[in-house]
Design a protein around this ligand. Structure first.
Ligand code: SAM
Ligand code: SF4
Length: 343
């Protein structure tokens, strides 16, 4: 932990985790994330520079931030990402760098990312059927993602997590196929409830329903204890702040549930989000975001800390997303599609 004042919100939660969206661009157009026509993208000079990202990370690391997730858009479409990770892994106090990717470009970049210091990876995958994969992503090839997943395992990423969003009537019949896939390749599979951000285009499948479906097929499916968590076959880290994890007797897969719709996980929130445009967002479900790019240009670390501290004070105790979702309201905020915020 850094040796300066910690970043703490009004409810005593310390911020130790920064999620960074490095680009709003993407090589896919997932139906739940972006409109088919794409969105109006940032100009290159509007996207936060690597220099600013490193400067912010360096300052926040002195105040206790020790965990970073690189996301997007699709992070691997931004040039020079390996170099960013290499430089980030040298920042004192940063203990954990991970990335969320759609996996399309992993065949090209897996080993250089690993050598640069990235050790954990989440790969998004919503169907194991080629035609359906195409329907959901509107482009791209399932084969590339599967190659990326196998290569990530072979390269040594630990854990390799699969993020799966189920949409009623589109891919909710693949729950058991996904579990078998996770067991076969010893993966950590996380089902994420669909959030109607940017447009209410689909019906979510809630975690409870998925959990029951898996239990009906696998007698030994059970919530992992701390001990099992430490001894699972491939040392997946389980029970993170926002997910509950289950396992099987053979220890071959970890199944996690991220349930923003059906459960609140705000109580132990430790995170802050940096958007591709260089704004800080106190919470994924916050209606506003705040420019941090400008102050980073000044040579005043204390001023940056004060600005970030002020933004953190805006964090609410819990988000009101569930109420809006219950009323089937879409959460469409100014220029907010998930690709710019980073998920
Ligand atoms: N392009 C990368 C990818 O797809 O993994 C990283 C960015 S993406 C915005 C990060 C995560 O957010 C993905 O796992 C994606 O499935 C998830 N996501 C995007 N839109 C979502 C939505 N409306 N509800 C739930 N999860 C969503
Ligand atoms: Fe791109 Fe990821 Fe959004 Fe799909 S979920 S459109 S891969 S940013």
């Amino acid at each position: 932990m850094g040796n300066l004042k910690p970043l703490t919100d009004d409810f005593g939660r310390q911020i130790t985790y920064l999620r960074i969206s490095v680009t709003d661009r993407c090589n896919l157009r997932c139906v739940y994330c972006m409109p088919e026509s794409g969105i109006s993208l940032l100009n290159h000079n509007e996207v936060i520079s690597y220099e600013d990202i490193l400067r912010l990370t360096g300052i926040l690391s002195k105040h206790g931030v020790n965990k970073i997730r690189i996301t997007g858009g699709e992070p691997l479409v931004r040039k020079g990402l390996t170099c960013l990770i290499e430089n980030m892994s040298r920042i004192k106090g940063i203990e954990d760098i991970s990335m969320t990717t759609n996996g399309i470009l992993l065949e090209k970049y897996a080993s250089e990312l690993y050598n640069a210091g990235l050790k954990r990876i989440n790969i998004s995958l919503d169907s194991l059927k080629e035609e359906r994969f195409w329907k959901i992503t509107r482009m791209g090839s399932l084969k590339d993602v599967l190659t990326g997943i196998k290569l990530a395992k072979k390269t040594g990423f630990k854990p390799v997590k699969i993020n799966t969003v189920l949409i009623r009537g589109i891919n909710d019949d693949e729950i058991i196929d996904f579990v078998n896939f996770a067991k076969e390749f010893e993966l950590d599979l996380r089902f994420i409830e669909y959030m109607p951000i940017g447009g209410n285009i689909a019906e979510a499948v809630l975690s409870k329903e998925i959990e029951e479906k898996i239990r009906s097929e696998f007698d030994d499916f059970s919530l992992m204890t701390g001990n099992q968590a430490e001894n699972n076959a491939y040392n997946a880290d389980v029970h993170s702040g926002v997910s509950r994890s289950f396992g099987f007797k053979d220890g071959k897969a970890v199944i996690g549930f991220i349930s923003p719709l059906s459960e609140h996980f705000c109580g132990n929130c430790n995170r802050l989000r940096l958007t591709a445009s260089g704004n800080l967002r106190p919470c994924l479900f916050y209606d506003n975001e705040y420019n941090i790019k400008d102050i980073l240009k000044e040579n005043d670390d204390e001023a940056v800390f004060e600005k970030v501290s002020g933004i953190i004070k805006l964090k609410r105790f819990k988000h009101n997303f569930n109420d809006k979702a219950e009323k089937k309201e879409s959460l469409l905020w100014a220029n907010d599609f998930m690709n710019g915020i980073g998920g």
